[in-house]
Design a protein around this ligand. Structure first.
Ligand SMILES: [Zn+2]
Length: 67
C-alpha cells in the first residue's frame, strides 16, 4: 500500500529536479559526462545516482549498470 503512494511522489520530485531520497535540488549535485551517452551522470550527496538528459532536461534514476 505505502509503496504505491511513494512511487508517484518520487516521480514528481524527479520532475521538479529534486533527489527522491533527500530532496536536494539536483542542480547542485555533481555531474559527470558518460562516455558514449548524451546523458550526464548526476550523483547526489546522499549517494543516489541519476541520469540527466540534456535535451529534454529530465532526470531519471540511473540503472544499476550505470552506477
Ligand atoms: Zn539525495
Amino acid at each position: 500500500m505505502f509503496k504505491n503512494i511513494l512511487a508517484p511522489v518520487q516521480a514528481w520530485l524527479l520532475v521538479k529536479g529534486q533527489c527522491v531520497g533527500c530532496g536536494m535540488p539536483l542542480a547542485k549535485a555533481r555531474r559527470e559526462d558518460v562516455k558514449g551517452q548524451k546523458e550526464l551522470k548526476v550523483t547526489c550527496r546522499c549517494g543516489r545516482v541519476y541520469m540527466f538528459d540534456q535535451e529534454s532536461k529530465k532526470y531519471r534514476r540511473a540503472l544499476i549498470q550505470e552506477v
